[in-house]
Design a protein around this ligand. Structure first.
Ligand code: NZQ
Ligand code: ZN
Length: 386
């Protein structure tokens, strides 16, 4: 096991009716900015619950943050934070709203002229305006981590930022919120969380048995609850397991002391930036090609995944590893998620070259758990995903 230092300061308020308790988590007298998306919270009762909980606070609202939070819109929210002298932000939404709020948290204290540099500099953000979240869509783990991804459509960029200053102070995880989530978004949430675990697991063994089993247990739980959630969003037990699995998949715990990959996400983000494909679907497009291309270095873990998660009992290491790749794609497809780029766009020619050029320009010349993947490898992987 590799050395690690781990701290996660986010307080979790888990379960039914926890939204009411946010009033105890926000400093008395704070002026609060509530951030939210396109309006789903106004149809499912979450907005009213939050308003009721915050009735003793001075509250300013900023709605309309889109999926894949857009930089230009976030700049408008930043203006509100400064003009209104906001002390605390409450994100009410999915990963996009929480990520957008993390950007705002960092940008509120950013001293330069162009907050976009928070994304291009890749320097850890150590201080942010305090914020909390009410999660409405289990998927990203953003509710309990310090990372964020922001898009800028004007230049077709989607970049990540983060740092110890960007953990939410608290997050409410009420599994009943999933009742109103459309099937497409539920499927996205399951596939995103599943891939988060894979990115921290499908590398090489360092003898970290507990981390491996944490990862495998999350994968197994997601596979078990996925059909139940898609069938019936009011199944509270399934919803609870789904929600907590998504959070545990990316709150930092399972990656301690082990190598991580994240190449699938790096390539996937480019597909969203280019074509607007939902984040989780971009991951499903890249995963099998990435594992096939890096088969030699990943086959030991792929075979372990086949044995322990898919209960494949027979075959050589290589055979099991190949079955693991097939079963992963079958799992995505069982959620209604197509796994080829050509399923989403007819204009896929040239995508691989475009992405490898971007990586080259940004100096991303060594990705993957061995830092062995160059832009030319990325080009081949993306091409295999057409
Ligand atoms: O905008 P509204 O009207 O609220 O609708 C949203 C949105 O259209 C809807 N929705 C959310 N909760 C709902 C609901 N509809 C009905 N009932 C509810 N309870 O769902 C749509 C998608 O929401 P979004 O927040 O975009 O989804 P998700 O949570 O999948 O977030 C995706 C974003 O997170 C980033 C992705 O790149 C993408 O930009 N990621 C963030 C990560 C992180 N911070 O750690 C890691 C991830 O790998 C990912 O990159
Ligand atoms: Zn993701």
């Amino acid at each position: 096991m590799n050395n690690f230092q781990y701290k996660n300061p986010t307080k979790i308020l888990f379960g039914k009716d926890q939204i009411a308790n946010i009033k105890n988590e926000i400093p008395t007298g704070a002026k609060v900015l509530m951030t939210y998306g396109g309006g789903s919270i106004k149809k499912n009762g979450i907005y009213e619950q939050v308003k009721e909980a915050l009735k003793d606070f001075e509250l300013v609202e900023f709605g309309g943050i889109p999926a894949n939070p857009e930089y230009e819109i976030l700049l408008e929210a930043l203006k509100v934070i400064k003009e209104e002298k906001i002390d605390f932000i409450l994100a009410v939404g999915g990963g996009s709203i929480i990520d957008g709020t993390k950007f705002l948290s960092g940008a509120a204290y950013y001293e330069g002229d162009t907050p976009w540099n928070l994304l291009t500099d890749r320097k850890p953000v150590t201080k942010g305006l305090p914020f909390g979240s009410v999660l409405t869509l289990p998927a990203t783990g953003s509710e309990m981590n310090s990372g964020a991804v922001v898009s800028r459509r004007e230049i077709k960029e989607k970049l990540a930022m983060g740092g110890p200053g960007l953990f939410p102070q608290f997050s409410v995880l009420d599994p009943t919120v999933i009742k109103s989530i459309p099937k497409r978004q539920l499927a996205n949430g399951i596939a995103d969380a599943f891939t988060h675990v894979l990115e921290q697991y499908m590398t090489y063994s360092v003898g970290a048995k507990l981390q491996d089993r944490f990862a495998e247990s999350i994968l197994q739980t997601l596979i078990e609850v996925a059909p139940k959630i898609i069938e019936d969003t009011s199944d509270y037990e399934a919803a609870s397991n789904f929600m907590w699995s998504c959070t545990m998949a990316l709150n930092g715990l399972i990656q301690q002391g082990v190598p991580t990959d994240w190449a699938i996400h790096a390539m996937g983000h480019e597909l969203t930036a280019l074509y607007g494909i939902d984040h989780a679907r971009t991951l499903a497009i890249i995963t099998a090609s990435h594992y096939k291309y890096n088969f030699e270095t990943k086959k030991e873990k792929l075979a372990q995944f086949a044995e322990r998660v898919f209960e494949v009992k027979f075959g050589t290491e290589e055979e099991k590893a190949l079955i693991a790749i097939e079963k992963t794609n079958e799992f995505f497809e069982s959620l209604g998620i197509a796994t080829k780029l050509s399923d989403y766009t007819e204009e896929f020619e040239g995508t691989a070259q475009h992405i490898s050029k971007k990586f080259e320009e940004r100096g991303w010349k060594a990705i993957g758990e061995h830092q062995a993947l160059k832009p030319s490898d990325v080009e081949k992987i993306v091409e295999m995903s057409y």
